[in-house]
Design a protein around this ligand. Structure first.
Ligand code: HEC
Length: 250
């Protein structure tokens, strides 16, 4: 990986990345776009989390979680978190194009899973926030092509689905920064890097385990959770995952 240093501001935040290369932080404008996309993803995922018991209810048919219904609630969550209506973001701007693609991806994923979600007689259906998140990111990437990338990854030892495996940059950022004991909780790690496709602003938004995660990811390690995966023996407050966003520097 070749570090790319952008004029003027670059000297402000230069950090050593794996291999000793120097990487500048992403520009504030790029960070703002990344934060916006991460917030929309979290806002939509929260709708699935909040409705998990409903989704798992074997007695209930239609769960009222159509693409349109979930998007409406996601937008309300996003507005609450940011004070901004996503509809007000200029559709011709980079952020405007990306966030619209993301909202379309939310609708696509929910609409595609109606038969599963609304099936009567089945309790646990495997439709959980992490799966929803992965599907939305995949649908987003299919829509935006080389314009941006988005993935919900995790420290390598925690990876359940191979599709979520961190790439070299993500693994190094997790190991050398986000997992370090002195890394401030919640602080984003970002870098401007040169990749095969050109320059990228890479932004890593850390997320930590909360008690509700531990029924699947907690103790005892090795015991199968409700989804059939062995639990990782994780603890509250541990780094549980990272929303990883790749953007074309603007
Ligand atoms: C019902 C059990 C369950 C709960 C509760 C749960 N997870 Fe997971 N988690 C899973 C499963 C299953 C996957 C794999 C999903 C897939 O196939 O993409 C997963 C995947 C992930 C991933 C993506 C990387 C990977 O390993 O594939 C992260 C990050 C993650 N979970 C973090 C969390 C956090 C943080 C919470 C709490 C907010 C949480 N999980 C709650 C079961 C659960």
């Amino acid at each position: 990986m070749i570090a790319f240093v952008k004029g003027g501001l670059a000297a402000l935040a230069v950090s050593a990345l794996a291999g000793g290369a120097l990487a500048a932080e992403a520009d504030p404008a790029d960070l703002a776009v990344a934060r916006s996309l991460a917030t929309m993803l979290q806002s939509a995922r929260a709708v699935v989390s909040t409705n998990q018991a409903r989704i798992n209810d074997p007695a209930l048919g239609d769960k009222g979680l159509s693409g349109a219904a979930v998007l409406e609630k996601a937008i309300a969550n996003y507005r609450e978190a940011t004070g901004r209506d996503p509809a007000s973001i200029d559709p011709a701007s980079y952020e405007g194009r990306l966030i619209r693609a993301q909202m379309d991806a939310v609708v696509e994923v929910m609409d595609a899973n109606q038969a599963t979600i609304n099936a009567k007689g089945t309790g646990f259906k495997g439709f959980i926030p992490a799966t929803f998140t992965r599907l939305v990111n995949e649908a987003f990437e299919a829509r935006v092509g080389a314009e941006a990338s988005m993935k919900f990854t995790a420290p390598p030892v925690l990876i359940r689905n191979r599709k979520a495996r961190p790439d070299a940059f993500e693994a190094a950022a997790i190991r050398d920064y986000l997992e370090k004991a002195d890394w401030p909780k919640g602080q984003i790690y970002s870098a401007l890097v040169s990749e095969a496709g050109g320059e990228r602003a890479r932004v890593m938004v850390p997320e930590y385990y909360v008690p509700s995660c531990l029924t699947c990811h907690g103790d005892p390690a090795g015991e199968l959770d409700v989804t059939g995966y062995p639990k990782e023996g994780a603890h509250e407050g541990d780094l549980g995952g990272v929303i990883s966003i790749g953007l074309i520097p603007q």
